[in-house]
Ligand binder design. Structure first.
Ligand SMILES: NC(=O)c1ccc[n+]([C@@H]2O[C@H](COP(=O)([O-])OP(=O)(O)OC[C@H]3O[C@@H](n4cnc5c(N)ncnc54)[C@H](OP(=O)(O)O)[C@@H]3O)[C@@H](O)[C@H]2O)c1
Length: 330
């Protein structure tokens, strides 16, 4: 028997409780994993509280969009018992049972080997948030946004994706402007490498005009809505924004002018469906590009399975900085 956080839905009420299960309860899958850690993302918080329609599978359901663990058994030729593996997204914790469990059976198609240079704890400190931040940075690089082209702004900077994006970009030599609504996060963001801090309201009111003075060459946007519209209107010539979140809204009210008069690029980031070669590349880079002191700062706490529901409420209130790891075995 092993423990898992199980969600049940009766009528319109969702309940979460830690329960003992056995392997027979697990879904079909090529690889049986002894899970070491999972993590708590914004999307997990929406799933666990029922405040977002994240779960597409039947109830009872085990959530958790990330896991790292050791392979116990595998029918997939790419993995053997003892291998250490990471799984983020790919429907985990949304369509299929997820990482809030001491054991899980998963499909091999989204599995990545844990890089040599990364501990299991560090992998879940990164989780989907770090993977997404890395994909966003790679997208900017591939579209020619080099450090010498000017400032890069990160919105929702004190959150999981934002914190890791700030640290990665600073490490890679960019001048990073952190946009945050958290007054008490300024020191933290400077410690991660931000050169300047702007208040989230500067961008959160939306564009002052369709094309405004150019302020940045690139952006990682985790907020969406009016913030993304304002970023688009203030990007310089041939600037790029990697759009990866909607913490502030999912509508986008913009004009074509940034695109047709400045050649601005709107780059979409979807970590969930990133293909396997891209996953391997991003995890390898995460293991190498994130400096240890920054990574240590980003870990804001390690919680147990039974603390996930309460901490999910905190995340949705915006009261959590950096990343929360879930130690499923403590
Ligand atoms: N595309 C993908 O594949 C992908 C992957 C992971 C996450 N995401 C999305 O990216 C976003 C961030 O995820 P996360 O895990 O980093 O979440 P998080 O840790 O909760 O961070 C979100 C941050 O956004 C800011 N924020 C929160 N509410 C806001 C509001 N109403 N208006 C403006 N800013 C607000 C806050 O930063 P400050 O206090 O610093 O302002 C907060 O810390 C979420 O929308 C998530 O769904 C997308």
């Amino acid at each position: 028997m092993f423990n898992a956080l199980v969600l049940d839905r009766a009528a319109d009420t969702l309940t979460a409780s830690v329960r003992a299960l056995d392997d027979d309860a697990l879904p079909e899958g090529d690889v049986l994993v002894a899970v070491l850690y999972s993590s708590l993302n914004y999307k997990d918080a929406l799933a666990v509280t029922g405040k977002g329609k994240i779960i597409r599978g039947a109830f009872p359901f085990v959530p958790g969009i990330d896991l790292v663990g050791r392979v116990e058994a595998s029918t997939a030729s790419a993995f053997a018992p003892g291998d250490r593996v990471i799984l983020t997204g790919g429907g985990l914790g949304e369509r299929t049972w997820g990482g809030y469990s001491q054991r899980q059976r998963v499909g091999a198609e989204w599995l990545v080997s844990l890089p040599q240079a990364m501990t299991p704890l560090r992998a879940m400190e990164m989780g989907t948030a770090g993977f997404t931040a890395m994909l966003a940075v790679m997208a900017l690089e591939e579209h020619g946004i080099t450090p010498d082209r000017g400032d890069v702004v990160v919105t929702g900077a004190s959150g999981g994706v934002g914190s890791i994006a700030v640290a990665l970009l600073a490490r890679l030599g960019y001048t990073v402007v952190a946009s945050t609504g958290s007054e008490d996060a300024h020191g933290y963001l400077r410690d991660l490498g931000a050169t300047r801090i702007v208040h989230r309201d500067e961008l959160g009111q939306g564009p002052a005009r369709p094309l405004d003075s150019a302020r940045w060459s690139g952006a990682v946007d985790t907020v969406g809505g009016e913030t993304l519209a304002a970023v688009l209107s203030t990007l310089g010539r041939h600037g790029c924004v990697a759009a990866c979140g909607n913490a502030g809204g999912h509508h986008l009210n913009t004009t074509v002018f940034p695109f047709i008069l400045r050649g601005v690029n709107l780059l979409g980031i979807d970590s969930n469906t990133a293909p396997l070669p891209r996953r391997r590349q991003a995890w390898k880079r995460l293991a190498l590009d994130l400096p240890k002191p920054a990574a240590d700062l980003i870990l804001s706490g390690i919680i147990h399975l039974d603390q996930v529901p309460a901490m999910s409420e905190e995340i949705l209130k915006g009261g959590v900085r950096g990343r929360i790891v879930v130690d499923v075995n403590s």
